[in-house]
Structures are given as C-alpha cells and as structure tokens.
Design a protein around this ligand. Structure first.
Ligand SMILES: *Cc1c(COP(=O)(O)O)cnc(C)c1O
Length: 433
C-alpha cells in the first residue's frame, strides 16, 4: 500500500492518493486487466503463497488496480489498510465474518440498510452467527445489555439508509470498547468527505462504493477499511482467527506477522481466497474516476439537498421531512458535531399529507427526477420503500422497520436546484385536490 497521502486533506486525497505516477508514467491509473502475474522461479512464487513476500499472483485475491483504489479509500478514511469487494453487501459480510464464526454473536443497530438487515437476520443466522438488534438511540446501558460473552463486534451506519438517522459514533465506540470488541461503521451515506468515523472511535469502516463513491450509477462495489487501532492481541481469546496460528498458511499468526495490517491481510488471504467476491479491475477504474470528483460532487449534492429540503419544509402538502442537514432535525446537532465540513449527505425522506396513495401519485407525477432503486446517484432519484424495497411488509411491519407507509426517499442529484424544485412544484400541482 502506498504512502503518498502525507498531510493532505481528504478533498486533495480524492485526486492524489492511490496510484502515484512517477516521471513518464500514465497520469491516469492503469487497468491491470489480467487474471495472473508472471514469475521467474518456483521459489519466488512459493514465497508469495506462503505470504513471506508481498506480491500478486492471482486476481481472485489481489490485483494492483484494485489495490491502488483501496489505498485511496484507506487514505480518505484515515485508515491503515483497505480492501475492495464486488459489492457493498460483500463488504458488510466480509467485515463481520473476518472476526465471527459459527457460535459467535454480534450486536447491530436496528436502523440499517434493508439488505444488511436481511444478511444479518436471515443469512448469517443460517451460518450459526447470531445477531441482536438494538435501538441506536438507546442509552449505553441499554445497548450494553445486548452483549453476551461470545459477542465479537458492534455494528451501525453513520447516517442510515433510508431513514437518515444519525448514529452517535462516540457512544457506540464506548460500549464496544468497554466490552473488548471493535466498532464497525457503514459510512456509505456521508462518505469520508463529510464524516470520518475513525475520528470518533470507530475501528473498521465499510462502504457500498456503489453509491456516492462511484457516484454515476456505473459499478456496484464495496470497501472495508481498517483504522489499525483495535488491539487484537489484547483480546486474543475473543479473536483466535487473528491471534492464533492459521493452518491454511503453515501456522502463521496474522496479528503477529502483519501488525496493524492483520485484519485486512486476513480478509484478503482467507476470505477473498475462499469466497472470491473481488471487483473487476475495470470496475475499480470506474470507481477511481468517481473518487477523483467525490469531494466536489458531495459539496454540490449536499448544497442542493439543503435547498430542496428547505423548499419541501415550506410546502403545506408535506406532512413531515427528515434531513439531518436541516436545523431543527432531531439529529442536526449530532450530525454537525461529526461532520468535517458542515455537510451531512444528499439523501432525505419525507411524507405527503394524504398518506401512501398520495405519495405514490406525487412520485408518478415527477418528470425530471428519476424513479430508481438506487440512491446517491448523480441524477436526482426517488424511491417509495413501501411499494418497492419493502413491499412484502404490512403497514404495521413497515412502521416497526422505521419505514412509514408514506415515506419517499429522495436522493438529491447534481442538477440545477432550480430545475429540481420546478419538477417538485409541478408534481405538487398535479396532486392538488
Ligand atoms: C447500498 C448499500 C449497501 C449495499 O451495497 P451494494 O453495493 O448494493 O451491495 C450497504 N449499506 C448501505 C448503507 C447501502 O446504502
């Protein structure tokens, strides 16, 4: 991993971290579109397989293009090491499975992305890993009550999808650390441009790079970043996968052999080796283009979102609106405390008076604003979870999941905010009763 990130702010690192061209080399990061790498002697390759020397041998485990982009994301988050995965889902799974096995347990905030909720509540349960969900707004004592002797980590989202609640990272970090386990934070919605969870005590960060980092609805992807701050050896009995010898690498112990790089090295050499959810180098190239403009785009997304939120707040048809960038929002102060730059995210949710049916009619009347499953796209887009992602649920179940039946998730894009507001205006006109 490269070290060309000294002293620069994340805004500069979007351009400068990762691929670092020397004299005469390509300004733009090369795509190593290759499955494998050539060596001269059997001994050289044997050392790679034994993890004695760093290097590339097969793209299912590691590829230079992917690693340049992982290094950039690590630099943006202020971490020591990162790996890319082929989706955000794979990142969430690997981040947990790297330190949990059958018979283990973890605690998660209940207000998390629906796909993550299902992964935890259904699929990981089938693998023998148990989860307890807690209300992220609960007191430290209430969250602590969910911990068991076999609890291995605490998980949450900085700003939740779709309910845009803001998580108190310092509170979560205190509970995790007082139980000798790391805090893993999904930082997809703010991105490290707006918030860096490591500054508030998180140990590991995950991303759906699919969202703002790619930013153009081009490539699905994920990332895991390690702060290097969690001391695995101090809790050696809890994390034998990192602190005891690995028989699949001749008895090597990750925490001893790789120090602060242990967690990501293990995720690469065990999980990526065995599950293989690696992104294609071409997708990583696209992701890197997105990262170059991430800082500029986030500022515009967030400025536009604030203008649009203020407009919606002033419409009498709007029953309620949640946007942590709005003064008066329940989470505004916390969001501002945790923000590096005064911005939160470009996503909000709101409901229209008249309930589910009128919300649907409103969405169907939009012309400029796309209807998409996606979020954090360069184009403004809306989704109605009750008819789309959560359509199997009854109204009672929806409310329990924090998704009101009239909730419209609105991801504000990079268009001229006057055009976005004009589209909303004409949709309000269309549903006038
Ligand atoms: C989209 C999303 C994910 C899952 O990412 P995919 O790339 O779709 O697999 C995880 N967490 C959050 C917060 C998301 O928005």
């Amino acid at each position: 991993m490269q070290e060309n990130n000294k002293g620069f702010s994340p805004d500069t690192l979007c351009l400068k971290a990762g691929w670092d061209p020397k004299t005469g080399e390509a300004r733009q990061m090369p795509i190593y579109q290759t499955t494998t790498f050539k060596y001269e002697t059997t001994a050289q390759m044997a050392d790679l397989f034994d993890l004695k020397t760093p290097g590339y041998f097969y793209t299912r485990l590691q590829n230079p293009t992917n690693d340049f982009v992982a290094a950039k994301i690590a630099a943006l988050e202020g971490g020591v090491a990162a790996m890319l995965t082929s989706s955000g889902q794979a990142a969430s799974f690997y981040a947990i499975f790297n330190i949990c096995e059958a018979g283990d347990h973890f605690v998660s905030a209940s207000t998390i992305y629906g796909g993550t909720f299902n992964l935890f509540a259904v699929t990981m349960k089938k693998m023998g890993i148990d989860v307890t969900f807690v209300d992220a707004d609960a007191s430290e004592d209430e969250i602590a009550a969910a911990f068991r002797p076999n609890t291995k980590l605490l998980f949450g989202e900085t700003i939740t999808n779709p309910s845009v609640n803001v998580l108190d990272i310092e509170k979560f970090a205190r509970v995790a650390h007082s139980h000798g386990v790391p805090l893993i934070i999904d930082n997809t919605f703010p991105t490290p441009i707006n918030c860096r969870p490591f500054d508030w005590g998180a140990d590991i960060v995950t991303h759906a790079t699919t969202k703002y980092m790619d930013g153009h609805s081009s490539s699905v992807g994920g990332a895991i970043v390690d702060s290097g701050n969690f001391d695995w050896m101090a809790h050696a009995d809890k994390f034998p996968g990192l602190t005891k010898p690995d028989p699949s690498y001749h008895g090597l112990t990750y925490a001893e052999a790789f120090g602060k790089g242990a967690y990501i090295t293990k995720a690469t050499t065990q999980l990526m080796r065995d599950f293989g959810s690696i992104p294609s180098p071409f997708n990583s190239y696209i992701l890197n283009l997105g990262l170059e403009s991430l800082s500029a785009r986030m500022e515009r997304h967030c400025k536009n979102a604030l203008k649009v939120a203020e407009y919606l707040q002033g419409r009498e048809e709007v029953a309620w609106i949640k946007f942590p960038g709005l003064p008066g929002d329940k989470y505004h102060e916390l969001a501002m405390k945790q923000s590096r730059n005064g911005y939160t995210t470009g996503v909000m949710c709101f409901g229209i008076k008249g309930g589910r049916d009128r919300s649907i009619k409103f969405m169907d009347s939009l012309k400029l604003i796309n209807m998409e499953t996606h979020v954090a796209d360069s184009c403004s887009c809306v989704l109605h979870p009750a008819s789309h992602t959560h359509r199997q649920l009854t109204d009672e179940q929806l409310i329990a999941a924090g998704v009101q039946p009239d909730l419209i998730r609105f991801s504000v894009g990079l268009e001229d905010p006057a055009d976005i507001i004009a589209d909303l205006d004409q949709a309000f006109e269309a549903i006038r009763e």
